[in-house]
Design a binder for this molecule. Structure first.
Ligand SMILES: NC(=O)c1ccc[n+]([C@@H]2O[C@H](COP(=O)([O-])OP(=O)(O)OC[C@H]3O[C@@H](n4cnc5c(N)ncnc54)[C@H](O)[C@@H]3O)[C@@H](O)[C@H]2O)c1
Ligand SMILES: [Zn+2]
Ligand SMILES: [Zn+2]
Length: 354
């Protein structure tokens, strides 16, 4: 049996580069040779034991590669094609997928919450030399020749997610948008709000490097939540409240601030992954009759989503390569986790080259 190198999760704070069997493509599946991938904040949650996955799993869910093997039943692809695969791999056939809820894919049947997230969650992921892609017909997105791996790798997850924050918030031309937290996800939400035509974007964080990047990607104003009363300041800057507030952290404080800074009838678009209990403050919620909307979104995936995002980059609308602050070979991926996890020297995203 042929072997490959991969980053395997063995238990909390125990990840190792192991030699494991190289995957083979079955019906409807493809194997890609990974040329570039990255580490997500969610991978940190997995390694720290905050999001459980089974020991023995290869983690990572942001794959760029070259088609190495095509299983029976696939059309329109060739060995050697460069492809981007979304972090979320919908089957394209179930009730959820065919109703447009690709991320809540029911695996060929009904609906399953978060069912579309398979890589590095329920099946082996991308921090490896090779990756088995399920439902490949719906998930392999060919990369235009003019785009580099670095230009597309962040589209698989953080860009798709961040943009969806603006999309699910229904940002309209002329809107005032506040984005709570400017980590990788929040920064992409800021860029998304700009693309959708917001006329005032307020980026909120306390990390000065991230606030700089926020202005670079589209924020008109940035606020340091440790220095100012952000709710009061957003209300002042927007003349009464934001049209859309995007939550990109997953904490009670940011959720609540996002709700409190909205105008009546505004939209809270929530991207954060929360743990424990989350409560909605009665006063900020106008007793439930303030015409607010609260929307949540899991990163949209599938090849059509990836194609659209690549077109945005190809058209020169936005460039996310400045977020790739470090590159490591797969053998040194553990050091990549350390640099990323501890945000060493302003680390934002770390590229991994197998
Ligand atoms: N919805 C999805 O599909 C999806 C996908 C990926 C990640 N996520 C979630 O999105 C969230 C953000 O991910 P990330 O990788 O950008 O996180 P991150 O940890 O890299 O960044 C979080 C940022 O929040 C800032 N922050 C801390 N407290 C704050 C406060 N009170 N107000 C404003 N900013 C504050 C920090 O300085 C940091 O810059 C996480 O909950 C993650 O699990 C969701
Ligand atoms: Zn992720
Ligand atoms: Zn499905």
């Amino acid at each position: 049996m042929e072997k490959m190198k991969a980053l395997v999760f063995h238990g909390v704070s125990d990840i190792r580069i192991d030699e494991v069997p190289r995957p083979r493509a079955g019906v409807g599946e493809a194997v890609i040779r990974i040329t570039l991938t990255t580490i997500c904040g969610t991978d940190l949650h997995i390694v720290r034991g905050e999001y459980p996955v089974k020991p023995g799993l290869i983690i990572g869910h942001e794959p760029v590669g070259v088609i190495e093997e095509l299983g029976p039943g696939l059309t329109g692809f060739e060995i050697g094609d460069r492809v981007l695969v979304g972090a979320i791999t919908p089957c394209g056939q179930c009730r959820a997928c065919l109703s447009g809820q690709l991320s809540q894919c029911g695996h060929g049947d009904g609906y399953e919450a978060i069912g579309g997230w398979r890589f590095g969650n329920t099946i082996n992921g991308a921090q490896a030399e090779y990756l088995l892609v399920p439902h490949a017909q719906a998930n392999l997105a060919k990369i235009p020749d003019e785009l580099t791996d670095e230009q597309v790798v962040l589209l698989a997850d953080i860009v798709s997610t961040g943009f969806s924050g603006a999309e699910s918030g229904g940002v309209r031309i002329g809107d005032a948008v506040a984005v709570f937290a400017q980590g990788p996800i929040g920064l992409c939400a800021t860029a998304g709000a700009k693309l959708m035509g917001a006329s005032l974007i307020i980026g909120i964080d306390s990390d000065l490097t991230r606030l700089d990047m926020s202005r670079r990607l589209g924020a008109d104003v940035t606020l340091n939540h440790l220095e100012v009363d952000v709710v009061k300041e957003v209300k002042r800057l927007t003349g009464g409240g934001a049209d859309v507030a995007i939550e990109a952290l997953g904490m009670q404080e940011t959720f609540e601030n996002a709700l409190r800074c909205l105008r009546p009838g505004g939209v809270l678009s929530s991207l954060g992954v929360y743990s424990g209990k989350l409560s909605v403050p009665y006063d900020a919620f106008a007793a439930g009759i303030g015409d607010h909307r609260i929307a949540t979104t899991l990163c949209p995936g599938g090849k059509e989503r990836m194609r659209r995002l690549m077109e945005v980059v190809k058209g020169g609308r936005v460039d996310f390569t400045p977020l790739l602050t470090y590159t490591f070979p797969l053998d040194e991926v553990k050091e990549g986790y350390r640099v990323f996890g501890e945000r060493i020297d302003g680390a934002l995203k770390v590229a991994i080259k197998p």
